[in-house]
Design a protein around this ligand. Structure first.
Ligand code: NAG
Ligand code: NAG
Ligand code: NAG
Ligand code: NAG
Ligand code: NAG
Ligand code: NAG
Ligand code: NAG
Ligand code: NAG
Ligand code: NAG
Ligand code: NAG
Length: 329
């Protein structure tokens, strides 16, 4: 009986000991790296944040752990920052090069903000990056070349929509050198047309693009030799609102994995090639707003997956009204 309180205290002591130890283990696991914390604070210095979105980012005692800052996600074992997602947070100013210090970053999403200025090519040092989304920023962002992207061996998803890429004349070569890229979005980037004299024939693309969105870029038919290199991998292709001119190449018929094709609002002339019938996986086809003539090929009957077809606003026979040529099933 006399040992009872003693046992009680021992148990309590052990419990407290364990509690403290557990807490300490917890402390060791979480908490960010000082170097990465400083890099984030540097980044914040260049950001215009009128709404105080980044108020959790700071030096106060309660803000020591940058893994708890808004938009920041760390690996819970190592404490390294692996994700920075600040999309649509009304942030302005410049994206500073200090982000390149976040060497373990896998996902960076700063889309739909108001960032401006020259894109820091130091981001090419983020060699673990898997997705990079800087699209749809309202400020004027520019990038003179895309060569820095070739240092990103694991990058699968790239969105630079609305970034001014008018000076990036070697963009096709840069894309070809990105081994893991599967999704590319360069919407309305003033992408220069491929200059036929620049030889791309000696560059073997190691890329297997599945999703390619290049609408609103003023691209001409000179894109075809580069484009058809991705024939066997493309699933989604959007080249609408460009300046593709002349006849539609038969080579589209070689895109036998394609499910979505938008070539609307270009200057395509002549008839629709029979070869289109070879795209038996195609579910969505928009050829509206071109200058296509002739009749719809019988081969269209072979496109058994087709659920959406828009041929309106062309000069095709037997299609007097736009609404007739737009089917959806
Ligand atoms: C740590 O991260 C892994 C992988 O994301 C997750 O499965 C695990 O539940 C996390 N552990 C804690 C304690 O949050
Ligand atoms: C990026 O890498 C280059 C060379 O690899 C180096 O000179 C530069 O300092 C690096 N920048 C950052 C911010 O790490
Ligand atoms: C970035 O965030 C936007 C908005 O949520 C999302 O649509 C987009 O897919 C994200 N980008 C990446 C690469 O995950
Ligand atoms: C894009 O950049 C080029 C040259 O850098 C410039 O001439 C052009 O005006 C810019 N476009 C826009 C829409 O700002
Ligand atoms: C890739 O492009 C080059 C240059 O245009 C061409 O010679 C080659 O045949 C293309 N490869 C495929 C598979 O289309
Ligand atoms: C591309 O492939 C061809 C044939 O496999 C080879 O002769 C050529 O050297 C390669 N070019 C490059 C730049 O690797
Ligand atoms: C397409 O447009 C370019 C530039 O305007 C022109 O040089 C070329 O001849 C045109 N091609 C065809 C087939 O109309
Ligand atoms: C389709 O691909 C085959 C095999 O790569 C090639 O021989 C043929 O020329 C291509 N057709 C067109 C129209 O490019
Ligand atoms: C379309 O398929 C037919 C039959 O399989 C083939 O003869 C023809 O070369 C193909 N056309 C293209 C452009 O690939
Ligand atoms: C439809 O496909 C079949 C089988 O590949 C082929 O024999 C036929 O010629 C095609 N029809 C047209 C109109 O291309």
């Amino acid at each position: 009986m006399a040992t009872s309180p003693f046992r009680y205290f021992i148990s309590l002591f052990l419990l407290l000991l364990c509690f403290e130890a557990c807490l300490r283990v917890g402390d060791a696991k979480v908490g960010c790296r000082e170097r990465e914390r400083q890099a984030l604070l540097h980044f914040k210095q260049g950001v215009v944040d009128d709404d105080g979105v980044l108020s959790s980012w700071g030096n106060g005692e309660d803000k020591r752990d940058c893994c708890k800052w808004r938009g920041v996600k760390c690996n819970n074992q190592t404490g390294h920052v692996i994700r920075l997602d600040l999309h649509a947070q009304s942030l302005g100013g410049k994206i500073g090069p200090s982000l390149a210090e976040l060497q373990h970053l896998k996902h960076l999403n700063l889309s739909s903000n108001d960032f401006e200025g020259i894109l820091p090519t130091q981001l090419g040092n983020l060699s673990n990056l898997q997705s990079l989304d800087l699209g749809y920023n309202y400020g004027d962002m520019t990038c003179g070349n895309l060569d820095w992207l070739c240092h990103l061996p694991f990058l699968t998803h790239l969105d630079l929509s609305w970034v001014n890429l008018s000076k990036a004349i070697h963009w096709p070569q840069a894309i070809n050198k990105m081994p893991s890229l599967t999704e590319l979005y360069l919407i309305d980037t003033q992408l220069p047309s491929i200059i036929p004299t620049i030889s791309i024939s000696h560059i073997n693309s190691s890329t297997s693009l599945a999703v390619l969105h290049l609408p609103s870029n003023g691209l001409t038919s000179s894109i075809y030799p580069w484009l058809f290199n991705f024939s066997s991998s493309l699933v989604h292709l959007d080249l609408s609102w460009n300046d593709l001119n002349g006849s539609t190449p038969d080579a589209f018929g070689n895109m036998t994995t394609l499910a979505y094709l938008d070539l609307s609002s270009n200057e395509l002339r002549g008839s629709i090639p029979d070869a289109f019938g070879n795209m038996t996986t195609l579910a969505y086809l928009d050829l509206s707003w071109n200058k296509l003539r002739g009749s719809i090929p019988d081969a269209f009957g072979n496109m058994t997956s087709l659920a959406y077809l828009d041929l309106s606003l062309n000069e095709l026979e037997g299609l007097q009204l736009g609404c007739i040529s737009r089917i959806s099933r």
